[in-house]
Design a protein around this ligand. Structure first.
Ligand SMILES: Cc1ncc(COP(=O)(O)O)c(C=O)c1O
Length: 385
């Protein structure tokens, strides 16, 4: 029959399309501040390890990931059998959804939070309970704990939270864990933990695994380790069962050989991690100060990105427009689009808040010092224009 497309499963229609960053076609002279990557390339040692691995690419990668598991086990002092791996930590999140959720089940997460969380209820038919962030754009852990019911299978906590950059102290997380029954999986997504002064030492949360077998701490090599293009994430698990379940629902070779080798080598260079964190935190302070000096509200950032609200500049912008707006929300959304477009014209790519659950906001990655200055100069022009 003509005019009929392929008939897909109902769930495929429900799954939101991941809001990918644009601008990969804009050439080199662009400040890529839209995806929270590291501005630093892999070290020569990591490049050498990758090229050794690629030389043996006729073989499948090690399906037991023994070197990487061993390196992570040593680093975090937990048994290798309790380390789940993935093609990025997003791969583990999606596998967790598949392993844990089904129609009738519920999962609880804050909103706005990491956009991939939305995939889990859509793909599984489980019910999402989205708990609004508080006025400071932080997780409201009390409200989240209050949403746990007999149907809850999964609670997701994003610390620091993407896209709002705010972090929770570990005591709050501990108190939530105390209120969640032991058969409910809690994923603590710590993709940005190295940058957090509030959350503190990245090893501190790992101690929680000794008390909560239902806890999974999710980490990634895509941020501070600068390996986003190779895709490696891992989950430190309170018990082995989570790891075996997420392995069951995936293909056997989910982390390629180059990525495994790069991650093992990158772990050996913690001095480099510390150097990157220091450079990022210094650039972040400058960026936040500059944006605040333009009269805009900026969330307390504990990550390698910042989150700002345009609300306090919308009246000035509206007064300069030659059109009228029906209401504040429409004006704010139009202002956001105008700023995002203006930044792009000036070679700065950032994430629009509208795509992340809050119109009139923006998420901006902390890049190199020059990139941050390029962003703040462009924003100043656009706010004052
Ligand atoms: C909070 C959070 N978790 C997980 C991820 C996934 O990262 P990856 O799949 O690259 O490990 C991201 C990426 O942006 C993130 O922001």
């Amino acid at each position: 029959m003509t005019g009929m497309g392929i008939e897909f499963a109902e769930r495929t229609r429900r799954i939101p399309v991941y809001p990918v960053a644009a601008g990969y076609d804009l050439g080199d002279d662009v400040a890529m501040l839209a995806s929270n990557e590291a501005p630093f390339g892999p070290s020569p040692e990591v490049l050498a390890a990758v090229s050794r691995a690629v030389a043996g690419a006729n073989r499948y990668p090690d399906p037991s990931y023994s070197n990487l598991r061993r390196a992570l086990a040593e680093r975090h002092d937990i048994p290798a059998s309790r380390i789940a791996l993935g093609n990025g930590s997003a791969d583990i999140l999606i596998a967790a959804g598949e392993a844990l959720l089904e129609p009738g089940a519920e999962l609880v997460y804050a909103w706005p939070s990491f956009s991939v969380y939305e995939h889990l209820p859509a793909a599984s038919g489980a019910r999402a309970i989205r708990v609004p962030l508080d006025a400071d754009m932080c997780h409201d852990l009390d409200a989240m704990a209050a949403e746990v019911t007999v149907s809850t299978r999964l609670v997701l906590i994003c610390n620091p939270n993407n896209p709002t950059s705010t972090a929770l102290e570990l005591d709050g997380v501990r108190a939530l864990l105390q209120r969640v029954p032991r058969h409910v999986c809690v994923i603590l997504d710590e993709a940005y933990c190295e940058f957090s002064l509030t959350a503190g030492d990245p090893q501190a949360s790992v101690e929680l695994l000794r008390h909560w077998p239902n806890l999974v701490i999710l980490r990634t090599f895509s941020k501070v380790y600068g390996l986003a293009g190779l895709r490696v994430g891992y989950g430190l698990c309170g018990s082995e069962e989570f790891r075996t379940a997420v392995e069951q629902v995936r293909q056997p070779f989910y982390v390629n050989a180059a990525a495994q080798a790069a991650a093992v080598e990158a772990l050996r260079h913690q001095d480099e991690v510390e150097r990157r964190v220091a450079a990022t935190v210094a650039a972040r302070i400058g960026m936040v100060d500059a944006v605040r000096s333009f009269g805009l509200w900026v969330a307390q950032s504990d990550a390698n990105f910042i989150w700002l609200h345009l609300d306090d500049a919308v009246d000035g912008w509206t007064a300069r427009q030659e059109r009228a707006f029906d209401d504040c929300d429409t004006a704010l959304a139009a202002f956001e689009r105008d700023v995002i477009d203006g930044l792009r014209e000036r070679g700065v790519l950032v994430r629009a808040g509208a795509a992340l659950g809050r119109a009139g906001a923006m998420r901006v990655t902390v890049g190199t010092e020059a990139e941050c200055e390029r962003f703040t100069a462009a924003l100043r022009d656009l706010i004052a224009a």
